[in-house]
Design a protein around this ligand. Structure first.
Ligand SMILES: [Zn+2]
Length: 253
């Protein structure tokens, strides 16, 4: 188990409702203080084995929870240092490989809010796996849809890809293990549901689209995929691409 999971399991936490971040912080010597902050979204000031975590009180509830988890990540990994974390530092999934202090703190927060040992069995039972069911799961854990969807990509056995776009193109993508070899094209197809979601600011219904809307490969249009998209609070679209024809992975993966 990873460090945040070890902490949760030591505290006897077995259900999402018990993940009370303020109480967990107190258990590791940190007090959380929600207040108006200038120039940052959260910060931790540590001295010896005590710390105070300040979190912007006007941020959304899921964001405040993620920020507390992020600062607890700094407390675990970088004890003795103080951090001032801007919105850009917190919860921005860049890629799986980045390993700087901010990404380490994010990973700790995701493990604390969406612990694999609790959420894993629930992800396995997600049927159907779509943005509706992921959004419900996110609500249960008090986490953002984006971080819950990323956790789902990391744990599901289904061939799916999560991809974020803005109007200029792809921001990042997160394939599940079974779809790991596929890469979504850099630009965004104006006919795709990613654009419908941005235009309507809504969660689209899942629909069938030609794979060529998403992948830039020779003859890929012979395949279809099923896609559902929504907008995030950052104004980007989040799309879940389900690979229903396994030939797509066999040929292009
Ligand atoms: Zn930070």
């Amino acid at each position: 188990m990873r460090p945040a999971e070890v902490l949760l399991s030591d505290l006897g936490i077995t259900s999402p409702a018990d993940i009370d971040v303020d109480a967990i912080a107190r258990c590791v010597g940190a007090e959380v203080d929600y207040r108006t902050l200038v120039g940052c979204e959260a910060q931790i000031v540590g001295y010896r084995d005590r710390a105070v975590i300040y979190v912007e009180r006007k941020a959304s509830k899921t964001r405040r929870r993620f920020s507390v988890g992020h600062e607890l990540g700094h407390w675990h990994h970088h004890r003795g240092q103080s951090f001032v974390c801007r919105p850009d530092d917190i919860g921005r999934p860049v890629d799986e490989a980045s390993r700087n202090a901010e990404r380490l703190a994010d990973a700790y927060s995701a493990d604390l809010l969406l612990p694999p040992y609790i959420i894993g069995p629930l992800i396995e039972r997600l049927s159907p796996l779509n943005l509706h069911s992921i959004r419900e799961l996110a609500g249960e854990f008090g986490a953002s849809v984006t971080s819950t969807a990323i956790r789902t990509m990391r744990m599901t056995k289904e061939p799916v890809i999560l991809v974020a776009h803005n109007l200029l193109g792809r921001k990042w993508q997160w394939p599940s293990l079974k779809a790991a070899g596929l890469r979504v094209r850099d630009d965004v197809d104006p006919r795709s549901s990613a654009i419908s979601a941005i235009a309507t600011n809504a969660l689209t219904n899942e629909r069938k689209e030609p794979a060529s809307y998403w992948f830039d490969r020779r003859h890929v249009e012979q395949f279809d995929v099923r896609v559902q998209s929504m907008t995030t609070s950052e104004g980007e679209s989040l799309s879940l691409i389900r690979i229903t024809e396994l030939g797509l992975i066999e040929i292009y993966g």
